[in-house]
Design a protein around this ligand. Sequence first.
Ligand SMILES: [Zn+2]
Length: 394
Amino acid sequence: MTATLEENSTLGILSDLIAFDTTSFRSNMSLIDYVVSYLDRDNIQVEVIKNAEGTKANLFATIGESQNPGIILSGHTDVVPVEGQNWATDPFKLRIEDNKAFGRGTCDMKGFIASVLAAVPKMAQENLACPVHIALSYDEEVGCVGVRHLIDFLKHKNLEVEACIIGEPSSLKPVTSHTGKHVFRCAFQGTAMHSSLAPGGVNAISYAAGILSEINYLEKIAESYVIDDTRFEYPHPTINIGKITGGKAVNIVAEHCQFDVECRYPPGSSPTFFTDALPGIVKTMAHEPMYLKSPAAYASCEQVTEYPAFEGDFNSPAAQLVRRLTGSNGDYAVNYGTEAGLFQTSGYSSVVCGPGDINQAHQPDEFIELSQLSACDKMMDTLIREFSLEEVSA
Ligand SMILES: [Zn+2]
């Protein structure tokens, strides 16, 4: 396969998209502006929905005049950080090698967005039987933040939708089910003291350790909530304590400690054994005894983010559409999360199907196979054919 970075080709657009550093803690406005002016060439109707601060935006575009329920092609514009990762080359400069395109976001998920945008001029030329909507969100990687405003916006418009394709990397397999997630931050404020006088201080790490061991116990409990779905690698809720900080030196009673913990759960199971329990455990096992020792000491437990599990349906309009477009008859479930659960629970028939392998997402030297990009281009061509009125009547 010869790689071409030709303007307006999928790879050409991907190269442009990768060059925008849209790490979630930065603004995505430059990418949004780029897409607005790209779509403007075909006179596509575009709406930009900014966040309250005006620093980030969702984008919603509609191709076609038809009043029939439409198809949403959905993607997130943000990427995960490259900090602390060892990249062979600049993560924000597309590199083609070994039939792969390397760069932050190639797989997750600017490859899909590039393929969709490359198909826009063709879509614009057709007389489509139903409108094709492009929905781009911000801050997916930090808890599906932007898409919630985007969905509110769609609800407000009373948009009628036949199917919503979330183009997250699934190796173009139709995914109709994935886990939901709740993330909590537990913070412990003790009182510092020279360690030789340790009993007189309140050690934040010691109290945090007590909570961590309770969480380890809950992790065992989680394994007993097994659902009857063999598609999941782990068909039960899972818990991960992903980050911890605290303390200054071994000879100081630790004043601070903080950790982040998540609970993921497949549809059909409930996270409440964890989400309902954790704040109470922190209160009774840390906050109350800490406060008793010193009114300056306390412990807190806050939910930082959450998104729902996605429970689609093999026979839903979205899953049927993607099976027709890809020729894949499978019905897959994955342990990672996407915006699909939010679309689905808002009443939009959804399916996850996009190019690239999730194993390459979030990694240093993230890449997407060029064959996955061309397969996605083919999926877009099939979508255009499927909804082209000329083809239907021929
Ligand atoms: Zn993603």
